[in-house]
Design a protein around this ligand. Structure first.
Ligand code: ACO
Length: 328
């Protein structure tokens, strides 16, 4: 049984923030941010928007495009590191209610920026087992609420957004959809990217918790090295599995964390940069949402033909990393 991506949708908040806005209050510059990351803009959620709101909008677009009634969904998977509420309730349940997806199970998936990659394989599993015929998979983040806006090392890197894909069971003779996934974790690096307080390890204590410990912290240099090597390792595994060469792949869709990470991996693998789909200049790093936003853009721009082979790759908090080989 194939698990085919039958529609995509995306939503980013209206507010588009340029690098120049940081120049007004931080010791940084548009020139530094562009040259070190490739980022020019990011979109920022309105005060009344949470992850479920972005997710719901992206999902509605995907459902509309596929002409699927929400009641047909069997499962909603929501990859996010910035849920509406910590732990309970799950954000996927809020989306299920917003959509009126009355027959769908719903759960969140926490795998950092690799969440959508893990989600594609999870969705395929539900479809292959016969449990589900239609799975809505969403990556949605409101990172602007968790970055330290005074820390130039991190705040310039992130943005808000959501992307959705509907995976449908397909019994056609040709092998299509999510063909193979290579997913891994490296928990020894768990604390390289974290929000220290507010969980069960360091619970919030009034008057004691340092407010900065509630915000995202990252060892940028170490994460950078991990990101480049995980991109290279994942490309190698996905190509080897089907004995493919990079010439067989239409696009590699990497997690959009830093253009220099993508350039370094391209150089190491001797792959032309134009084989990587890049939109970081517009959205910055939206964590679990970068891959589905890129997929939806590729589909929206009619850049994909049926039968094209794609590779999607993620890496991020956990640490987690990996990718999917997809036949469109
Ligand atoms: N403006 C100006 N200077 C800055 C800024 C900024 N916005 N940010 C950092 N700097 C400074 C640093 O303070 C440092 O100054 P110092 O030498 O006086 O201490 C200098 O620039 C160089 O710092 P480096 O860390 O060496 O800078 P680098 O070129 O490595 O870029 C960056 C930093 C962009 C964070 C890079 O390390 C990186 O991209 N890391 C990976 C980030 C990533 O992928 N994160 C997400 C993955 S997981 C997920 O998506 C959730």
């Amino acid at each position: 049984m194939n698990a085919v991506i039958c529609a995509t949708g995306t939503y980013v908040p209206e507010r588009r923030m340029s690098n120049h806005e940081f120049e007004e209050y931080l010791d940084t510059s548009d020139e530094w941010i562009v040259s070190h990351t490739g980022i020019r803009y990011r979109h920022i959620a309105a005060d009344d928007q949470a992850a479920s709101d972005l997710a719901t909008e992206a999902a509605k677009k995907a459902l509309h495009r596929a002409e699927i009634d929400p009641a047909e969904l069997d499962m909603i998977l929501l990859a996010t590191a910035t849920p509406d509420f910590v732990g309970f309730p799950g954000t996927a349940c809020i989306v299920q209610d917003n959509l009126g997806a009355k027959n769908a199970a719903a759960m969140d998936l926490v795998a950092g920026c690799t969440g959508f990659i893990y989600g594609l394989e999870t969705a395929k599993g539900f479809i292959s087992s016969g449990f589900a015929k239609k799975v809505l998979l969403i990556g949605a983040e409101v990172l602007s609420r968790h970055v330290n806006w005074q820390d130039r090392n991190t705040c310039v890197l992130f943005g808000d957004g959501a992307g959705a894909a509907i995976l449908c069971a397909d019994e056609g003779p040709a092998e299509r959809g999510v063909l193979y996934s290579y997913i891994r974790s490296l928990g020894s690096g768990a604390r390289l990217l974290e929000r220290t307080a507010g969980g069960s390890r360091f619970p919030y204590k009034q008057g004691e918790t340092d407010p900065n410990d509630l915000l995202l912290k990252m060892d940028g240099r170490k994460v950078y090295n991990f990101a480049v090597s995980s991109l290279v390792e994942t490309i190698d595994h996905l190509l080897d599995y089907h004995d493919l060469s990079v010439d067989d792949i239409k696009y590699i869709i990497p997690h959009q964390a830093n253009l220099r990470i993508i350039e370094a991996a391209a150089k190491r693998k001797k792959i032309p940069l134009d084989r990587f789909y890049v939109n970081i200049q517009e959205f910055a790093n939206t964590s679990a949402a970068t891959i589905p936003i890129a997929l939806a853009e590729l589909q929206g721009k009619h850049m994909l033909q049926e039968g094209d082979l794609l590779i999607a790759i993620g890496f991020g908090a956990g640490l987690t990393y990996g990718g999917n080989l997809i036949r469109w």
